[in-house]
Write a protein that binds this ligand. Structure first.
Ligand code: CP
Length: 311
């Protein structure tokens, strides 16, 4: 019998395999709530949750807001573009001001890497990482892993291939930490310029040729080319990238029959995945988004009712 004692969710790196299992088990229970006519339980009644997004988001922001509302918490949405940040107020002063309202949980997305640990010093609230720069996107990895487990029946001994902009990807890092905890193998595949130096120290295999690994993958996660984070040109042109790293109909024929093709979204069709495969590939990507809501309900519940028993 264990208790959930993590106050903050800053990364998958900090969570044990047992804690990940606890999240998945609770996610399974919370999925059922979204099927009900009245999609609400009183689990976090009286709690205040602030959704602080300093970077754009559709899936993560909306699903965290819905998750909080389905657990009956009071939710406030903060958008940097309509806040006093535009008048020169600092993020730390913003946090200190929000602290005056005694929030219980702050969900934060920000473009600076690994800054959330610092922010925990300025609030009594729990902080949940909704994506910090190139560091981690823990709830994305949780929903990816939950979806993989739902489809494959296990997370152990799988061959996971992550393709695309590894250099700028917090999703890649969180998934690597997560899948490695279940002893699955992870291969990252991209042009050499989009793989960070020393990345093999994370326990992954590195491959520069998608055609060499595509037929071995149990799960293949395509990542978006994050042009908004690229200060330099990392490959000659998009046409060449597509030729070498995109899932085209020809490449799709090499996939194992039961290979899961996943993408965190937003998808740039015809760059990461050919739009002619959309009808086949989109349902699983949308299932990932659906599972994201239940995963985020589980995380809010565990953090918001900390010290209760988890199994
Ligand atoms: N996958 C993901 O984080 O999507 P959003 O940027 O829309 O939240």
């Amino acid at each position: 019998m264990k208790e959930w004692d993590k106050k903050h969710i800053l990364g998958i790196k900090d969570l044990s395999k047992e804690e990940l299992e606890a999240v998945f088990s609770l996610t399974h229970s919370f999925k059922e709530i979204s099927q009900r006519e009245v999609k609400k339980v009183p689990a976090l009644r009286g709690k205040t949750i602030v959704n602080l997004f300093f970077e754009n988001s559709t899936r993560t922001r909306i699903s965290f807001e819905l998750a909080a509302k389905r657990l009956s918490a009071d939710v406030v949405n903060f958008s940097s573009t309509s806040s006093s940040l535009t008048k020169g107020e600092t993020i730390i002063d913003t946090l200190k001001n929000l602290e005056s309202y005694h929030p219980d949980i702050m969900i934060m997305r920000i473009n600076s890497s690994a800054c959330l640990e610092l922010f925990t010093r300025y609030t009594q609230a729990s902080i949940i990482n909704a994506g910090d720069g190139r560091n981690e996107h823990p709830t994305q990895a949780l929903l990816d892993m939950y979806t993989a487990r739902e489809m494959k029946g296990k997370l152990e001994a799988l061959k996971v291939v992550i393709v695309g902009d590894i250099l700028h990807s917090r999703v890649a890092r969180s998934n690597i930490f997560g899948f490695r905890k279940f002893s699955s193998s992870v291969t990252v595949c991209a042009p050499p310029t989009l793989i960070p130096y020393g990345f093999e120290n994370m326990g992954v295999d590195i491959c520069y040729d998608l055609d060499k690994v595509i037929d071995k993958a149990d799960i293949i996660i395509f990542l978006r080319i994050q042009r908004e984070r690229q200060e330099a040109v990392f490959f000659p042109n998009l046409r060449e990238y597509v030729e070498r790293f995109s899932l085209t109909p020809q490449r799709a024929e090499k996939l194992k029959k039961d290979c899961l093709v996943m993408h965190p979204g937003p998808v740039n069709w015809d760059i990461e995945i050919s739009s002619s495969l959309k009808e086949k590939m989109h349902p699983l990507i949308l299932k990932q988004a659906e599972n994201g809501l239940a995963v985020r309900m589980a995380i809010l519940y565990l953090v918001g009712t900390r010290k209760r028993q988890i199994d």
